[in-house]
Design a binder for this molecule. Structure first.
Ligand code: SF4
Length: 318
């Protein structure tokens, strides 16, 4: 009988779900994906979490709670370090500690599959093979890894073309098109915030409703590499992606303003957004607004701030 493995539709699933699904499919396992984040998942996660945790990590725990009794195993990836051109780039500390936190807050869990992705000590292939070593032959795991890597590459291309990762979950890529006259609003934030409607309250649609055209960039490998080569490059991998996206928005996309979206209590985001803000305002004369999301964020307040920002951008254009 196929093993059922639970995958949380949260955090890095918005980057890596295609890889994960293919890997387990090739092993003959069935992937059970948790539903889109809802109020119940958030409230459950908030009850379980230390208060200083960010909203996506709290929601992740809510997804674990939804899945854990319905599956034979659960995926808790630990994304530690990627080596790019001999330099080290790390995952964010809070996401990195999530497997430990998950074990600490739940009395019982199904079997945990925890690939430790740390290229300082092993290749990703070795990490994935080790994570399932007790359950499947290594030759099968290596073949599954190769298939999953190919699927991930194709998926990344599609995400860049469509400007959205939602196709991974079988959902429509983009919302309706904005009129030609709409102001162009560059939006920078992690996919697991922007595209999780339960967390972001459909922030991209709110920009459209306010009369703006949201522009979200998924940078190419070359753009990410360029960012890593800056003298003062950050060493957080997923923040580098945001900086590369912001650079393209400011230098090539003729945006009228920048909407920076982050989670309250996100340490890495505080640094990244300050860098983007300085480049936008001081170098490119592009206004920015920072929206911090948490479990108390209300629809009305969010709409008011976005409408005000879009109004300001519209007036500046006249
Ligand atoms: S980068 Fe920020 S929002 Fe994302 S998991 Fe880390 S602390 Fe949370």
């Amino acid at each position: 009988m196929a093993r059922r493995i639970g995958v949380c539709r949260a955090l890095h699933a918005y980057h890596h779900y295609a890889f994960w699904r293919t890997f387990f499919l090739e092993l003959g396992w069935e992937t059970v994906l948790s539903p889109t984040t809802n109020r119940e998942a958030i409230e459950h996660g908030v009850r379980l979490s230390p208060s200083e945790l960010c909203l996506p990590a709290k929601a992740f725990l809510g997804h674990v709670a939804i899945l854990k009794d319905k599956v034979d195993a659960i995926l808790l990836p630990r994304i530690v370090c990627s080596v790019l051109r001999k330099d080290y780039f790390f995952g964010c500390p809070k996401a990195l500690a999530l497997p430990d936190l998950t074990r600490a807050v739940f009395d019982s869990l199904p079997m945990v599959v925890e690939p430790v992705l740390d290229q300082r000590i092993q290749t990703d292939e070795q990490a994935w093979c080790a994570a399932v070593s007790g359950a499947v032959p290594q030759t099968d795991a290596r073949r599954a890894f190769r298939c999953a890597s190919a699927a991930a590459q194709a998926t990344t291309q599609k995400t860049r073309q469509q400007g959205s990762p939602l196709h991974m979950f079988g959902r429509d890529a983009n919302g309706r098109a904005a009129p030609e006259s709409a102001v162009r609003v560059g939006v920078v934030g992690h996919s697991y915030l922007l595209y999780d409607s339960g967390l972001s309250l459909d922030i991209l649609d709110k920009v459209r409703d306010a009369g703006g055209q949201p522009v979200v960039i998924f940078p190419s490998d070359a753009e990410v590499t360029r960012e890593t080569q800056e003298d003062d490059a950050l060493n957080w991998y997923y923040e580098i992606e945001l900086l590369a996206a912001a650079r393209r928005l400011l230098e090539h996309e003729a945006v009228d303003g920048m909407l920076l979206v982050a989670s309250f209590a996100c340490g890495t985001g505080a640094v990244t957004n300050e860098i983007i803000h300085r480049a936008a305002v001081h170098k490119h004369r592009v206004p920015t607004i920072l929206l911090l999301l948490d479990e108390h964020t209300g629809e009305a307040g969010l709409v008011t701030r976005i409408e005000s920002f879009v109004d300001v951008l519209r007036m500046r254009k006249k």
